[in-house]
Design a protein around this ligand. Structure first.
Ligand code: SAM
Length: 227
């Protein structure tokens, strides 16, 4: 049984996919998809030995060694050309780490892969990387679980690059259209955080006016665009 977060990632893996799950830890995502018969093959990539062994153990316990291969490797180096991977999932990390993994692993991409990304923070970095590397965002989800709010961003390769506005990169083009209660909750929390920062800064002796103005602008943008 997957968390709602990982289930939402799983929902975007198409039947018959050849999946690479990078930073797989226990390999719960590929194991679940293999048991459901959704994927035809998977790589579970891990750069840390402990999680790599978690993946190995889970795959063996579920008797899925014929379908899923665990590899100890940094980022996309887990993917070999003859794996014919068509779907990559990277979930449960910061957006900066996800973009670093994509950027430094470009040589392992054929630009035919669907990318299903679930950054815990820094979603704007992920969207900008997709835009700058000829991926079109084809779907987004936002959900709350266990006191956290998670975003899932799905990118498909495109030959006609899409340019997103600054607001779309920050809040998400689909999430903005939808303006769900969870999105509004997320950005209300961010507003409250900014208000706190502004209040603290104002108390400082030499209050940095420019910075305060910038934070206020950020706060007002959230108000205008999302709430
Ligand atoms: N993907 C799973 C999920 O969403 O539940 C596990 C997330 S876990 C918090 C992040 C995992 O990413 C860790 O096991 C960590 O070792 C792995 N990781 C971090 N950087 C990595 C990299 N450059 N290459 C492969 N795995 C990496």
């Amino acid at each position: 049984h997957l968390s709602n977060r990982l289930q939402t990632v799983a929902d975007f893996v198409r039947p018959g996919a050849r999946l690479a799950d990078i930073g797989s830890d226990h390999a719960y995502l590929p194991v679940h998809l293999a048991k459901k018969g959704v994927i035809s093959a998977a790589i579970a990539g891990e750069v840390v030995k402990g999680p790599y062994h978690n993946a190995l153990t889970e795959i063996e316990n579920e008797q899925l060694t014929a379908v899923i291969t665990a590899r100890l490797a940094d980022g996309l180096a887990a993917i070999h050309l003859d794996d014919n991977i068509d779907t990559i999932t990277i979930a449960g990390m910061g957006g900066t780490l996800i973009t670093n993994i994509l950027e430094s692993g470009k040589a392992h991409l054929t630009h035919h892969e669907r990318l299903i990304l679930q950054p815990n923070v820094g979603e704007d970095n992920v969207r900008r990387w997709l835009q700058d590397n000829s991926y079109e965002i084809v779907a987004e989800r936002i959900l709350a679980e266990d006191g956290h709010i998670y975003e899932i961003i799905v990118g498909d390769p495109t030959d006609t690059p899409v340019i997103y506005t600054a607001a779309e990169l920050k809040f998400g083009p689909y999430l903005l259209q939808e303006k769900s209660p969870v999105l509004q909750q997320k950005w209300r929390q961010e507003q409250a955080r900014l208000d706190q920062v502004i209040a603290t800064m104002k108390q400082a002796k030499n209050a940095p006016q420019q910075k305060i103005a910038a934070f206020k602008q950020e706060r007002d943008q959230i108000q205008e665009v999302v709430l």
